[in-house]
Structures are given as structure tokens and as C-alpha cells.
Design a protein around this ligand. Structure first.
Ligand code: NAI
Length: 271
């Protein structure tokens, strides 16, 4: 792995590092390697369960708890992060997802709607809340970069992804809609990365995940993108090398999204 200083002098906030498998965890490690400084944040409850202190020590980061659905928490996070880091922010990673219907095994055709709303708030609307807080506080430097994480179930049917498919479609739309205003008014870019299935706590919560990840692996000419690969891609989107990439949903999936079928998958059906 390269140790160039692509993010030297840049400051930011990383949401969603739960444990060493998390995409946000790998991203924090890579951003640190590339010279970026940041605040780590997660929901207070996840902090009690997780091992985020280890990551903070390793990456010289401060931890500020925030529930990403709570506007007061977000305002405090944005204010304190700027104080701590000594200025405005250059990058923000939103790496947050949770569906109560998925967690509790409730089928898509039998949703409990207060759970649906909770999952939507955490997984989709929180992206708007984070951006609105940053925008109103004028907390981002020009040519800053905001990234959210998504999955191809926003465009195609993956039945067991349940209501997360709808949450991801909403999240991707927010990236475009808010990205317009952030670009026009503050010269900040906003993109989502559509990542391969990845063995994390959130990923493994989806029914049939093990079979599914093998299927995606066989379908993708380059194989599944790992959490580490995703971290590298995020570093590139935080760097000045991608200054005019915005309003995009960027597939980071080993080629999966443009495949119809692969030889490896077809062979499973031959007699
Ligand atoms: P993860 O379980 O490690 O991370 C999810 C994070 O969301 C956790 O750190 C959790 O504490 C946080 N979170 C939940 N509720 C929150 C709240 N109210 N406030 C603040 N944070 C909250 O799993 P992973 O896979 O690293 O997930 C990161 C992102 O990547 C999510 O948006 C997920 O949907 C997305 N993604 C994951 C894929 C996978 O197969 N694992 C594939 C494509 C996208």
C-alpha cells in the first residue's frame, strides 16, 4: 500500500467505524496513512459495544459521539470537530446503515412501518441531516469532499436487501440533490460509492449473505471489492485528484454492475 501524502493538511469527520471490519475503520486507517487528520464518530450505543478507542489511538484521532439522526448531536459534532482540528473540514465520510426490519427478520411484504421509518432515518435521512448541518454552519472548505456508501439494490432487485434497497435509493438521491447546492454555493463535491457486498456487521445482517457474497464474487470479473479497496477509493475521492467529480453514484464492485452473466455463474447450471 502506498504511503504518499495525498491528504496531507486535510481535516475531516469519519462516521461509522464499529469494529476492524467496518468500511469506515479501514478508511480511517488509510486516511491516516495519507496524512489526513480527523474526528471519529459513532452512535453512543455503538461506542459502548465497539472498539473505537483502539482505532483512535492508532490514528491520533479524537472521538466525539453523535447519533446521526439527532440534529443537536450533529451540531455539537460539527462545532467541536472544527475546534479540535483547528479549522474548517475538507472531507466527511457517511458510513452508516441499519434496518430494523432486516435485523428482526421482518419480510419486505410485511414491514412494521415504525421500524421502516427508523431505518430510513438512520440510513438515508441522516445523510441529509449531516449535510444540512455542515452547510448551515459553513463548516466545509472549498473543494472539500463528502462521501456516502450505498449498494446496487438501489437500482436492481435483491429481494433479501429488504427496505434497505429503498433507503439506498433515497440516499443516492440526497447526494445529487444536496450535491447541487453544496457544489454551487460552497464548491464542495458530494458522491456515493456503490460497494460490493462486504463481510461487516451491517453486511452480514442481510439474510443469505454468505451465498450472496460468493455469487457476487463469481459474477465480477475483478472479484468483489474489499473494505480495504473501498478505503483506497475513498482516499482518492477525498484527495485533490478528483476535484470535479460530483453528483455521482460510483460503482466500486469489481465490474458487477455491468455484468449480465459470467462463465463462472453459468457453469453452475450446466448438467
Ligand atoms: P458496519 O456495521 O461496520 O457500519 C455501520 C455503522 O453504522 C456502524 O458503525 C453503526 O454503529 C453505525 N450507525 C448505526 N446507527 C447509527 C446512528 N444512529 N448514528 C450514527 N451511526 C450509526 O458496516 P459497514 O458495512 O461498514 O457499513 C458502512 C456503510 O456501507 C453502510 O452505509 C452500508 O449500508 C454500506 N454498504 C455496506 C455493504 C456491505 O455489504 N457491508 C455493501 C454496500 C454498502
Amino acid at each position: 500500500m502506498s504511503t504518499t501524502n495525498l491528504l496531507k493538511g486535510k481535516k475531516g469527520i469519519i462516521f461509522g467505524a464499529l469494529d476492524e471490519h467496518s468500511i469506515a475503520w479501514k478508511t480511517a486507517e488509510q486516511v491516516h496513512t495519507h496524512g489526513g487528520e480527523f474526528v471519529l464518530t459513532n452512535a453512543p450505543i455503538a461506542m459502548r459495544m465497539g472498539t473505537i478507542n483502539t482505532l483512535a489511538e492508532k490514528t491520533n484521532a479524537t472521538i466525539i459521539p453523535a447519533d446521526a439522526t439527532n440534529l443537536e448531536d450533529l451540531q455539537k459534532l460539527v462545532d467541536e470537530s472544527q475546534e479540535k482540528l483547528g479549522g474548517k473540514l475538507d472531507f466527511v465520510l457517511h458510513s452508516i446503515g441499519m434496518s430494523v426490519n432486516v435485523r428482526k427478520g421482518r419480510h419486505y411484504t410485511d414491514q412494521k412501518y415504525d421500524w421502516t421509518e427508523k431505518g430510513w432515518d438512520v440510513s438515508a435521512l441522516s445523510f441529509h441531516k449531516v449535510m444540512q448541518t455542515l452547510y448551515k454552519s459553513d463548516a466545509m472548505n472549498e473543494w472539500g469532499s463528502i462521501v456516502g456508501l450505498t449498494y446496487i439494490a438501489a437500482q436492481r432487485v435483491f429481494p433479501d436487501y429488504n427496505d434497505m434497497a429503498d433507503n439506498k435509493a433515497y440516499l443516492e438521491s440526497i447526494a445529487r440533490s444536496f450535491g447541487y447546492f453544496f457544489g454551487r454555493d460552497k464548491k464542495v463535491r458530494v458522491n456515493t460509492i456503490s460497494q460490493s457486498p462486504t463481510p461487516t456487521t451491517a453486511g452480514k445482517g442481510v439474510k443469505g449473505f454468505d451465498d450472496f457474497i460468493s455469487y457476487a464474487e463469481k459474477m465480477s470479473p475483478l472479484g468483489n471489492a474489499t473494505a480495504g479497496d473501498c478505503a483506497d477509493y475513498i482516499v482518492s475521492l477525498f484527495s485533490d485528484l478528483t476535484k470535479r467529480v460530483t453528483l455521482q453514484n460510483l460503482f466500486h464492485d469489481g465490474g458487477f454492475s455491468n455484468m449480465g452473466v459470467s462463465q463462472a455463474v453459468i457453469e453452475g447450471f450446466s448438467e
